[in-house]
Write a protein that binds this ligand. Structure first.
Ligand code: ARG
Length: 458
């Protein structure tokens, strides 16, 4: 088959090489952006009298037909036409002849692909931002139900101090909120229009780059033609943002997996679990495990992209075609994971009693007993030592600190009075921590109210 660039060649390329070079398999998903970009380019060529106005009109009209035909499933792409750019141009030329042959005036596939990928990534980023906003809503709704659900907080995976499930959920709210802001920040640098960079050195035609940028909704145009065609920073930045989203999902999933175990038994998955083909008693948290597992491939894509770009001399090199599969897979993976994650946490059963029971074991109120003694006048170091002895005694007698009788307490310090029980109850331990960002009910309620206000503005 004749190639659009076949003029310089004496013999046709080997089939294996054609297959090897071709990116249509994976870049066909950018058809909409490619056509949109070509419509803007052709319109500009007509306005600038670089091509006849009738030809520009014909191109624009036929590109719209091609778009509809693709969407109706009437177009078969060809491996021989290499990529989405040449496939669409070829169809255009088949349909409108010479006018179609004028479309590529003042343009190279190098700036064309740079344009398409920027537009595609911005469209996908908008979808992911929506999904993150939904995730934030799910977290806040769940948190609203659990401002009194006391659970143990951990450091080193050892019980440390009691918090509430709402406080724990709102920690993830903060993470995903940062992800949202990171994506928006990344979009600013993606939102720059490269068309007009040509193959690498711009063009002699009087292109109106600003017009094309405004037609396509870009905020600015790229300022150096070499960089315009060879910059893929925005791809790597997005890969990084997505890796962080997966890291946050994966951490929560790891917790859910632990919490679903018989040892914790803090939550029970609803649909997000499966049975075992051999062990009848099993209910496995597969969804959480799969999300945790998928974080690996998204991290891998980030490293792969950095490595692909590291040795590429300016400007465009074919290596850069390798930017697409990884970033597409990172996008697909995040878009797959976020909704199932939301459904999973919205439908799981939260076993409040077990969480409370868990917070009572492990002496999570030891700091509060020491603080109690300090408030009664004991220096903190002494109080620390007294409580250390109490903990040792309690372990020996298989008791929690708040299970000790008044006589037992008096053995350790005679300044202890009846008010100790209230001072070291799990509720007090949580609700006295009123510092900004703390787990006290009123503080978390304020955090939830602020979160709802933030979400109402999105
Ligand atoms: N399919 C190519 C890519 O994804 C488009 C640019 C091709 N340019 C070229 N000079 N071969 O990068």
């Amino acid at each position: 088959m004749a190639k659009l660039w076949g003029g310089r060649f004496q013999k046709s390329t080997d089939k294996k090489v054609d297959d090897f070079n071709s990116s249509i398999r994976f870049d066909k998903r950018m058809y909409k952006q490619d056509i949109k970009g070509s419509v803007a380019h052709a319109t500009m060529l007509g306005r600038q009298n670089i091509i006849p106005k009738e030809d520009s009109d014909k191109i624009v009209a036929e590109l719209k037909n091609i778009l509809n035909d693709i969407e109706d499933g009437k177009v078969e792409f060809e491996i021989d036409a290499e990529d989405i750019h040449m496939n669409i141009e070829k169809i255009l030329i088949e349909r409108i002849g010479d006018a179609g042959k004028r479309l590529h005036t003042g343009r190279s596939r190098n700036d064309q692909v740079a344009l398409d990928i920027r537009m595609y990534l911005m469209d996908e980023t908008a979808d992911i931002e929506e999904m993150l906003i939904h995730t934030l809503n799910v977290l806040v709704d769940l948190a609203s139900d659990h401002t009194e659900t006391i659970m143990p907080g951990y450091t080193h995976l050892q019980k440390a101090q009691p918090v509430t499930f709402a406080h724990h959920l709102m920690a993830y709210f903060e993470m995903f909120k940062r992800d949202l802001s990171r994506l928006r920040d990344c979009r600013k640098r993606t939102n720059v229009m490269p068309l007009g960079s040509g193959a690498l050195a711009g063009t002699t035609y009087p292109l109106d780059r600003e017009f094309v940028a405004s037609e396509l909704g870009f905020d600015a145009v790229t300022m150096n033609s070499l960089d315009g065609v060879s910059d893929r920073d925005f791809v790597i930045e997005l890969a990084n943002c997505l890796a962080l989203v997966m890291m946050h999902l994966s951490r929560f999933c790891e917790e859910l997996i632990l919490w679903s175990s018989n040892e914790f038994s803090f939550v029970e998955m609803d649909d997000a679990s499966t049975g075992s083909s051999i062990m009848p008693q099993k209910k496995n948290p597969d969804v959480a495990e799969l999300i945790r597992g998928k974080a690996g491939r998204v991290y891998g894509h980030l490293m792969g992209l950095l490595t692909t770009m590291k040795g590429i001399p300016l400007a465009y090199n074919k290596d850069m075609q390798e930017d697409k599969e990884p970033i597409f897979d990172s996008i697909d993976t995040v878009k797959l994971c976020l909704p199932v994650f939301c459904d999973m946490i919205a439908t799981m059963t939260v076993k409040k009693d077990n969480m409370l029971k868990g917070s009572k074991g492990g002496f999570t109120n030891a700091t509060d007993v020491a603080d109690y003694l300090v408030k009664k006048g004991l220096p903190f170091r002494e109080a620390h030592a007294v409580v250390g002895r109490m903990v040792f005694y309690s372990i020996e007698h298989d008791k929690a600190l708040d299970d000790l009788t008044m006589d037992e307490f008096k053995e350790f310090s005679d300044i202890i009075e009846d008010d100790i029980y209230n001072a070291i109850s799990m509720e007090t331990c949580v609700n006295d921590r009123k510092v900004i960002g703390g787990p006290a009910k009123e503080v978390v309620e304020k955090a939830i109210a602020d979160a709802k206000e933030f979400l109402a503005q999105q």
